[in-house]
Structure formats: C-alpha cells, structure tokens
Design a protein around this ligand. Sequence first.
Ligand code: GTP
Length: 598
Amino acid sequence: MKIRSPIVSVLGHVDHGKTTLLDNIRGTAIAHKEAGGITQHIGATEIPIKVIEEICKGLLEKYSIQRIIPGLLFIDTPGHEAFTTLRKRGGSLADLAILIVDINEGFKPQTYEALNILKMYKTPFVVAANKIDKIRGWKAHKNSSFLETFEKQVPKVQQSLETKIYELVGSLHEEGFNAERFDRVTDFTSQVSIVPISALTGEGIPELLTLLIGLAQQYLKDQLTIESDSPAKGTILEVKEEKGLGTTLDAIIYDGVLKQNDKIVLLTLEDVVVTRIRSLLKPKPLEEIRESKTEFKRVKEVVAASGVKIVAPGVKDVIPGSPLRVAKDENLEDIRNEIRKELEEVKIETDKAGIVIKADTLGSLEAVIKLLKEETDVPIRVADIGDVSQRDVIEAEVSKNTDEIYGVILAFNVKILPSAKTILEESGVKVFSNNVIYKLIEDYVDWMKEIKERRKKSLMESIIRPVKIRILPGFVFRSSKPAITGIEVLAGKLKPGYNLIREDGNVVGTVGSIQDKGKNIKSAKKGQKVAISIKGGIIGRNIEEGDILYSDIPEKDYKILSKQLKNELTADEQETLEEIVKIKRKVDPTYGTGYSLS
Ligand SMILES: Nc1nc2c(ncn2[C@@H]2O[C@H](COP(=O)(O)OP(=O)(O)OP(=O)(O)O)[C@@H](O)[C@H]2O)c(=O)[nH]1
C-alpha cells in the first residue's frame, strides 16, 4: 500500500491566468533546487512535498497539516477540455481542481462551464481569485502569503478586495455553492474556499498549495491509497505522432504500476484494442535534451500517480479519454469486456427518434449527454465521438421526420466535414455548434422552446376557445337569415365561425361576421360590445334578448385545451370552460370525461 500524489487540474475562463499559475508554480518549484525541484512527467508536473513546504514557508505547521502525500501532480494542460478528457469511469481522473477566476472580471461563460463540469464529476475544488496585483493601489510582495501581503495593504485596497471576493461568493451562491475566503471557512466539506492570489507575483500561492495539501489529506485519503504493485489503471490524455516513434500515447496513471512489455487494453472509436508496451518514456531534463537531441528517456516502469508516454504497436485509432488497463492472460477477456461496456455506455444508440450528438472526446461526450439530460428529456438517437459526417446528417434527418425538434446535431468541439455540409442545407437538419457545453445546450433548448411556442400558438389559433356572450336587449337589428344583434363579450374572445350554444346545451347557430362601429373585425374581446350575425339563429325563437350564449367547444378541442394548453387560458376563460363543460354534460354526460382542468 502506498499513498500517491493527488492529480490536480486547473480550470477557468480564457485569459484568467491558468497557464500563468501553472508556470508560476513550476518556476518557483524549479528555483527550490536544493529541495529536489520538480519531477517532469509526460503531460504533468509533480511538485514534491518538500518543495511545497519551502514554498509555503511554515504554513503547513501553522495550520497543523501533516505531510502524508508525496506531492501534487499538476496536469500541464489547463482548461476543461483536458479535464473532461481525463475521465475515469464514474468520475474525473483529477482528484482536485483549481477554478481560477480573474478577481477583477468575475464569473465568465467558461467559469460557469468549468463549475458545471466540477459539479457533475463531484470534484473537490478551490477557487483561486487571481490578479489581485491589478486591484487599484495594490502593493505587491512577491511570493508572499496572502494574509501577509493583505495586512500590508491600505484599508481602501483591503476593502476593494473584500468587495470583489463577496461578488465571487455571490456568483458561487447562485450556482449552489456555499463559499468563503479560505481563512473564514469553518467547514471544508461543505464550503468552497476562495484564495486570493496573483499568478504573476506569486502572492497567495503558499495558501493555495497548503489548502490543496490539506484537503487531499483530509478528504481523499482512501482515493489516494493504492497498491503500487498491482496492474496499472490510467487514462489516455493524448494520441500523438512522434518523430521516429510512430503513434504514441500520453497517459496519466492513477493506480498501480505500468511496466515495459505489459499487455494493455484500450479503446478505439469502434472497439477495444489489446497491445503490448514496447517502451515507456519520460521527459529528459532540459540539459540532457540539448546534448542528445531527443526529449525522452526510457524507463522500465512507472508507478501511480504518473504521466508517461507509451510506445506500442496498433494504437493509431485509440481515442483520447480512453481508459488504460493492464491485463494478464487470465483476466484479458474480463477486462476487454469491461472496457467495451464502458464505450457502449457512453455511445448511446438507443432511441429511435432523437437528436445526434458529436463531441471530440469520450469525456466531453459524456459531459454533453449528462448536462443535456439535466436540462431536457429530449431523446438521443446517436451519441458519438468525431466530426459531423454525412451519416450523422442522415441520422438526424430520419429523426426529423418524427419531429422537427429532433432533426438536430449538437456538435461540441468538432468540425463539420465537407461531405456533410453538402447535404446539410437540403436535409433541413439544424446543427448547433459551440465549445462551451452549457451554451451549446442553452442554444438548442432556446430554439426548441421557440418552436414549441410557435406550435402552441398555431394550435391555439386552430381550436375553439371558451367564450361567453350576452345578447344585448334592445339591439336586435334583424331577427333571422342571418340574425343580427348587439352583444357584449363577457369572457374570452369571440371569433367568426364559432358555434354558439345556450345554457341548456342547444346549438343556436354560427357566428358569421363581427362588426364594431360598422367595420368588420376579426375578433371581439371580453368587455367589448359589438354587432354580430348568427347564421341559423332566429331571435324570438331559439334566441331571446338578454340570453347568455357560449362557444360550442368540440370534445377534441376540450381535450387539447385541458391537456396541452391549460396554462394558456386566462382566468375568465378557465371559468367559462368549466361552465361550458357542465352545459355539454347536460346533453352528453360523458363529454370530456377523463380530462379535467385541474
Ligand atoms: N497582472 C496580472 N496579470 C496576470 C496574472 N495572471 C495572468 N496574467 C496575465 O493574463 C494574461 C492571460 O494569462 P494566461 O495565463 O495566458 O491565461 P489562461 O487562462 O492560461 O489563458 P488561455 O490559456 O488562453 O485560456 C497574460 O497576459 C498573463 O500575463 C496576474 O496574477 N496578474
């Protein structure tokens, strides 16, 4: 048993300082040569605990934090694209994350995106409120702890920082997180810590690192306890062509040991591949690269947590985000099946009619599906990795025949192939494309809402709505063929073509035209007094002056009204509809049974 370093990812909006923060941590670590500097991995950088101790200048003691973990393994590629690639079944490969926010700009689209993804994977994170050195009047103290440098600022500057922190607390609150400045956090399991930092001056970084160490040791011990001689588990970060080596795999190993000649199982777009490791490579220190001109050195084995380059035959089609598992002859079939199942779980191809989703990696595909399902219950016909192809357009077109809102392709971080473009317009399939997942989903949901609204409106236009009118005594202009009389609309909206019924349920005739001050109008609203013609009505025979008449709502319209459109009716229409139902049931007791307004 061994405790490994936690894997840490940095996420945040473009230009908020992800790269600068990583560079700062790396640079500061390298400067601490006597303590061992940094260990360069493929795709990741490890900062040993001894170096962190030096950077943190006594903070580990101050906060009584033990030194159980060997260090922190930072993923070199920041951003949520890398984060979603680094998936592992049931969660994220990153044990911890830093969500970086420019304190002067606050939350931006990709900040929300990152937060959504962290929420989805349930990854513990701290918020680094970056660029405090840009606060007006700030006096920088290079590499100092936040609390020290904060003490030395004038009150106005301190106040300005506090205000900005509270804005972040507010934004996080809106997203369902209880957050506080780290030194005011009372419960690290339920509250998110905000550490004010400057990635440029290094201020606050001692606290940021201290907090990561503390959180990892306090809450992730089980997750970080591994058997260092068990067969390795990992995730493929990148599939890369490397001069003289062919296609190589950059992998992050989070459990066990990976050895040269190990048999490994991986995923391609279509299936599982099994191959044998020819060599394992690690980066060479800079000085040695200059001498030998190759960047890598061979190693016999790597133990988690580790980033390593794998040279193996037949890995050209392996996908980023693929799981990596070491198999022995006796369990090869089991592992193969397990991994195949993992692919099938993500690539859904179940619903007959539904949308098509294309994404660049397994992890991002998973994230799009998960976040989509939180927003809507729209079915999915195809979910797959890769660019949008002609076949995808055809798939979406098939769904479109069932329902226009399914004739859609959601494309996350992928291109539309030229062959797909040629048939796209004619097919009428709509492509939504965005590299921010929640925006992609939002755009689709908004469009869908618009269509549904439009449908509802035209449905509303096509059905008979509840109306109640009164024949105004003394305003009968003609008694029959057709009857013409003044009326008042008591509820709803009267339109030509509506059949009218009496309170006893008898049909009296059909509204012909509606006139207001001698002019034909298309409808008359509640409160309006107008003249109408009633085809089939004979005043003095089936209609009397002062009578109350209602629109005659066919049963099928009543069903639509009570099922789909009940929220569209005004209060007086609702009330009138109930009266009409009672009247209709005098004639047909089964009218509209099984449907009710409530
Ligand atoms: N003043 C100040 N500038 C900073 C700080 N951190 C980053 N910057 C600057 O902000 C700009 C963007 O920083 P990056 O580190 O490239 O941001 P990023 O989030 O990695 O951006 P992308 O990789 O493009 O998503 C650069 O010009 C940095 O020098 C800081 O703490 N203070």
